[in-house]
Design a binder for this molecule. Structure first.
Ligand code: SF4
Length: 279
């Protein structure tokens, strides 16, 4: 079974417990204005060209593809979207098994939206669990219920994004309404899954949603943590290198902004933490 992967990051400490390897899947059903992984939005391979890094050596012959990216000596070209079969990828990820065990880490399936390539994600998670490796699934929740049901047995924790409760705010910020996302979160909670919520705080866009998020989450069980994430418009060069329109809002979330949201969420009795301090 084949899957399209935009990248693999080893020794990651921001995507769950311990030392983890994060696998970035290609493709996402949402179009968040502030997306900082533009290379993972589309379910097709893409080559990014970073003109400021190019030394004009000519080894790529002016091409922009997988081979020319491999040939580039200074990574001025990066190819996003390598095809993996599930067995080979599980084998590759197992290289760091000792680090996972010693640190309480494992593998985090991320993206993009990893569950968009549902069959591949479920198979990869199954193979990793068979090897005794912890699997976290980082999801936007805008996914088919059947895929969620099938990956639950192989998932130790869901890292679940909540961006807004108001459907109009959600649609404006992500291009999609959030009914399915909230229903899927309720479902995971009812199934007794361990769920860590991620709330990316983007001032001027979804900071007004904090109270509503608190009121919604208060009624759910299984929420082990709510991490409020700081926003920076840091992916501009990747949008440019990919030839994509940069949609990132020109606003910065401060430490105090995050602290304010954390204390609002705590006032609802929720286990909220400041993502800046945790990361
Ligand atoms: S191989 Fe890389 S550094 Fe050389 S010309 Fe091509 S893009 Fe530029």
């Amino acid at each position: 079974m084949k899957g399209l992967i935009s990248g693999i990051k080893r020794m990651e400490i921001h995507d769950g417990d311990g030392c983890r390897t994060t696998v970035f899947f290609k493709g996402c059903p949402l179009r968040c204005l502030w997306c900082h992984n533009p290379e993972s939005l589309f379910l097709v391979p893409q080559t990014a060209f970073f003109s400021d890094k190019c030394i004009g050596c000519g080894l790529c012959n002016g091409n922009r593809n997988e081979q020319s990216a491999d040939a580039c000596p200074v990574c001025a070209q990066v190819y996003y979207g390598r095809e993996w079969d599930a067995e080979s990828l599980a084998e590759e990820l197992s290289r760091d098994e000792d680090y996972f065990r010693n640190s309480g880490g494992g593998v985090t399936l991320s993206g993009g939206e990893c569950l968009l390539q549902g069959n591949f994600a479920v198979e990869l998670a199954r193979l990793l669990k068979k090897r005794g490796i912890s699997v976290f699934v980082d999801t936007c929740g805008y996914v088919k219920r059947g895929v969620l049901e099938r990956i639950i047995p192989y998932t130790d924790r869901f890292l679940y994004d909540i961006k807004a409760i108001d459907p109009a705010v959600h649609r404006y910020c992500t291009g999609k309404e959030n009914g399915l996302i909230l229903e899927n979160l309720r479902f995971l909670s009812e199934q007794g899954c361990d769920v860590e919520i991620r709330y990316p705080l983007v001032i001027g866009y979804n900071d007004g949603e904090c109270e509503k998020i608190g009121a919604f989450l208060r009624g759910l069980k299984g929420i082990s943590k709510i991490k409020v994430l700081q926003y920076h418009p840091f992916a501009a060069s990747r949008y440019l290198a990919l030839g994509m329109k940069n949609t990132m809002p020109d606003t910065v979330t401060t430490f105090e902004d995050v602290e304010r949201s954390v204390s609002i969420l705590k006032s609802y009795g929720l286990p909220a933490v400041n993502g800046i301090l945790e990361d």
